[in-house]
Design a protein around this ligand. Sequence first.
Ligand code: NAG
Length: 759
Amino acid sequence: MILLTACNQKKVELEIGKADIIPKPISQLDGEGHFEIKSTSIISVENEEQKDVVSKFFNQFEKVAGFIPKIEIGRQGDINFTSDESINQEGYNLKVTTNSITIKAATNAGFYYALQTLKQLLPIAIYKKSLQNIRWGIPVVTIDDYPAFGWRGYMLDVSRHFFSKEQVKDVIDFMGELKLNRFHWHLADDQGWRIEIKSYPKLTEVGAWRVDYNHTDENKSDWWGRPEQKSGEKATYGGFYTQEDVKEIIAYAQERNIEIIPEIDMPGHAQATIAAYPEIGCVNALPYVATGGVFKNNTYNPGKEETFQFAEKMLNEIMDLFPYKYVHIGGDECNKEQWKVDPFAQQRMKDENLKDEHELQSYFIKRIEKIINSRNRIMIGWDEILEGGLAPNATVMSWRGERGGIASAKAGHEVIMTPSNYCYIDLKQGHDDLEPNLGYSRLLLSKAYSYKVIPDTLTTEEGKLIKGIQANLWTESISDWGKLTYMTFPRVYAIAETAWTPNKNKNWNDFTDRLLTQFDRLDAQEVRYAVSAFSPWIDHNGNGKEIEVTMKTEVEGLAIHYTLDGTEPTFESPTYDKNLIISENSELKARAFKNEKAVGYVSSKKFLVHLAKNAQVINEKGEEIKDITDLSYGALSKGDKAWYHFSNNVDLTITLDNETEVKEIQFDALRFTISGIYPPKEIEVFGSVDGKTYTLLAKKEQLEEASEQGRNKVSTTISFDPVKVKVLKFKANGFEIIPEGHHKSGSSSQIWIDEIKLN
Ligand code: NAG
């Protein structure tokens, strides 16, 4: 029997992990050879506490390896854990030789991080979910490591979209693996209150639920301009964490060396709070949880004592739950319009001699700080809390660039840097046409990686007040787990490395090399991530005759291969080495390769070199319009200069070079309804040979298409019987008055077109 099994068994292959560690260790010396973890290996620890940290790691290992090495206290083993007081807090030394592994640290956090590094050194198979039949090799390496910053954060907004307890744990898992140690939990905003508060049950009964306006299809439903809840509609979309859930998550995070910073946003961004307890709101408060992104009439009332009683009780419950030093109270983007008209707020300003609403905000924040300080905790606020005077003991989170952080450090306050232009991972990371509706502005991976945490303008002493850095994931456009991970990876690696690795040791090319191994690890876990930085970015410029195409990737050292006939590019396809000149209809597809292996997405773009190219185009005022037939096509971005802007009526005369047979007209219109930009609702095309007598060639009505809300490009094609023409008239109408229930209703729509194509 035994013999038979042995014969049937395939030879078990040895796999060796790669020493591509993120965040990059302070010092890493790669060697020759490997160490193999076997079922007979012995792990030695010094005490029960160490044993606990180590066995948690190896329990996980057992799930994929099918065995667990014996963990023993005291005796010398093959893998040895030793305390060493001389090592930095959170730091560790890890030495892998061909016959042993030695791990030294001063704290459990240090041992935990050594194990996270060990995990990255193991074969990729460690990241799989099921049993793997391999032998487990670890490359020989010597690592001395400790973090550059004590605050290495990740913020998750669970208000705009709710993420379950299990998903939060998954976030905490990937944070731990990247040696991030501060989970900032954005628990209350206009669109939802997410934590059970026993003294105020309506916060979750009412505040955790909103009307579900098509939350999954951002194409169809632009977050920032969703309709408000109508009376009679049921609020069914949302969720919250019970206090038991919170305790469970805190314990889970503690095992991963992560502190949680709860954030309750006030006095602004509080529509959900006020919907639950209108008595602490101002005049004109909205009686429901916000459905979209435009915030107004959403503030606490700083004029009422009830407001502070509420804040005190509620924050005390929060502080009972969270055992940590910091409590975040938001303080950002408080819309002061309500305060200007609220009698209580105005009375407070008189009584307290406050010269404006900024001072009123400062008055509010200072009273909140007292509540937090009375429990020996420290208040954190977004940098708006500087306005009107900073509360005496506050820590400031700088998000509107670094300005607020610099001013706070100069005033002697502690600071966490999260400038939106480097740390906001809710922004899109690739080309507008590839990532149409994820995020609004853009934060490229290379930009995120380039961040230097301590501004040069600070003295060494002031610089010490900068505690660290944090990635922020706001979730207006992130409605599910796949989008969450897509926006997070790989930018969180860039930010984790900036938080852990000293600036002088960071290197973009080295980072992007290590990233490819990281992608293999994500693949093994079936995690969705963005490869935008490895994908060709296609730019083009038409001159009315031909189109010049340039391509680049953010990551250096990649070869771009392409085709022009719409087929998939392979390594055998032509290499892009100089600008392409396109003078006939083409479908460009391009992909980047590294060492003959495809990386990144296939980027593609259709170029139509159509019959109206370079035609003379005159508007109804007799002015010439140059760029609407120039072969430069607008991308899905309001900022793209290729779009031609019209009022709600378009009336163009298009004169071709010669009499030409035509059968179809096409154009793209930008839909950006929150700004009042709608596709036209009716289009007419006339043709003429002599420019005097015109016949109607085609007419199209598309009221439904024109009425839809959202952000995208709308392509319209109108076909007609082939006809010879020299001159065409193109007429299009938008909304004279945008109807009720639509963005910018009451005003007239704009039409943005590019390009008008003729076939
Ligand atoms: C800001 C808001 C936040 C929003 C985010 C989107 C802060 C501190 N405030 O407008 O509520 O979700 O940006 O990037 O960021």
